[in-house]
Ligand binder design. Structure first.
Ligand code: A2P
Length: 308
């Protein structure tokens, strides 16, 4: 069970091709700090972050404050950080992770993942674009990037390493890499009752790769990055009817469905009540028939189309 603390990225400049971070452009100052502290108090231990969410400094502060309070130890927390698209060249991987650790003020991340399989031109712009507004991509060898990720694990900067938004072909490229030292432990992809990813889930199961499902509640439906033509997940009549039976919300049923099929969930909320609500999913279970009913809701439609 985890807490995702995503906000959108901006395009400020900074050192090692990444902007300096003192404030998130979209999360009002302190919101993330408070949310993470509430989440830790509620029992969350897995925190999903990224440099491009621009709030890693607040996440790190929340973790350190809770450690200082004696509420948790560092080893209780599972922090996932992400390597951004502009940092795929192997020589940038370790400095980028070191920058994240400096922002977090932590010695290591529990999981470090390649956020997306495609690379952007390295440089100060997070979303580099040409004069026509088109993204400037960069040719890199994902296998070389992976070797640099392996070196981060060997250096103790990341306890484990994984990927995100990888399809089967891209996973196979890493798995079949000559001299592979560590397999990806996880693949973070969109996954929820309207996008159940049965084939990828099965492939990952066969290779002991954990699927971490982002947008498990159907996203915040922000039109700037979400395809809102797909119906809102939490209004689904089946999820609501099943929820009624257990005195749970559609959100709790959606989360329970995912964890019951072995998918890790990273629901995002900045609302204290909903942060707590999303953790109350361990006191009921769905029957086989209900699981099948929810599986049948699959529409094979992504909310997060990642058009880049
Ligand atoms: P809020 O931050 O106001 O709680 P996802 O995790 O799929 O990306 O979904 C995130 C969106 O779902 C956010 O807009 C969040 O809003 C909302 N959300 C989080 N938890 C719940 C819940 N239990 N019920 C309804 N909406 C929720």
């Amino acid at each position: 069970m985890s807490l995702s603390q995503q906000s959108n990225a901006s395009e400020k400049g900074g050192r090692i091709a990444l902007p300096c971070v003192t404030e998130s452009p979209l999360t009002p100052k302190g919101t993330c700090l408070e949310s993470v502290k509430i989440a830790i108090d509620a029992g969350y231990r897995h925190i999903d972050g990224a440099f491009v969410y621009y709030n890693e400094h607040e996440v790190g502060q929340a973790i350190r404050e809770k450690i200082a309070e004696g509420r948790i130890k560092r080893e209780d927390i599972f922090y996932c950080g992400k390597l951004w698209n502009t940092c795929h060249p192997p020589e940038l991987v370790r400095p980028t992770l070191e920058k994240t650790l400096k922002i977090l003020q932590l010695d290591y991340v529990d999981l470090y993942i390649i956020e997306l399989p495609m690379a952007f031109k390295p440089g100060e712009a997070i979303y580099p674009k040409d004069e026509n507004g088109k993204f400037i991509y960069h040719e890199t060898d994902l296998c070389a990037t992976w070797e640099a990720m392996e070196a981060c694990k060997d250096a103790g900067l990341a306890k484990s390493i994984g990927v995100s938004n990888f399809n089967r072909r891209q996973l196979e490229m890493i798995l079949n890499k000559p001299g592979l030292k560590y397999k990806p432990v996880s693949n973070q992809v969109e996954c929820h009752p309207y996008f159940t990813q049965p084939k990828l889930l099965e492939f990952c199961r066969q290779h002991d790769i954990v699927i971490v499902g982002y947008s498990p509640l159907g996203t915040s439906r922000d039109e700037t990055w979400v395809n809102v033509s797909s119906p809102p997940l939490l209004k689904d009549p089946v999820l609501n009817a099943i929820g009624k039976k257990y005195n749970k919300t559609a959100a709790q049923v959606a989360l329970r469905f995912s964890i019951q099929r072995g998918v890790v969930v990273i629901p995002k909320s900045f609302n204290p009540q909903r942060i707590r609500e999303n953790f109350q999913i361990f006191d009921f279970s769905l029957t086989e028939k209900e699981m099948k009913e929810i599986e049948a809701l699959n529409k094979n439609v992504r909310y997060v189309e990642l058009l880049m």
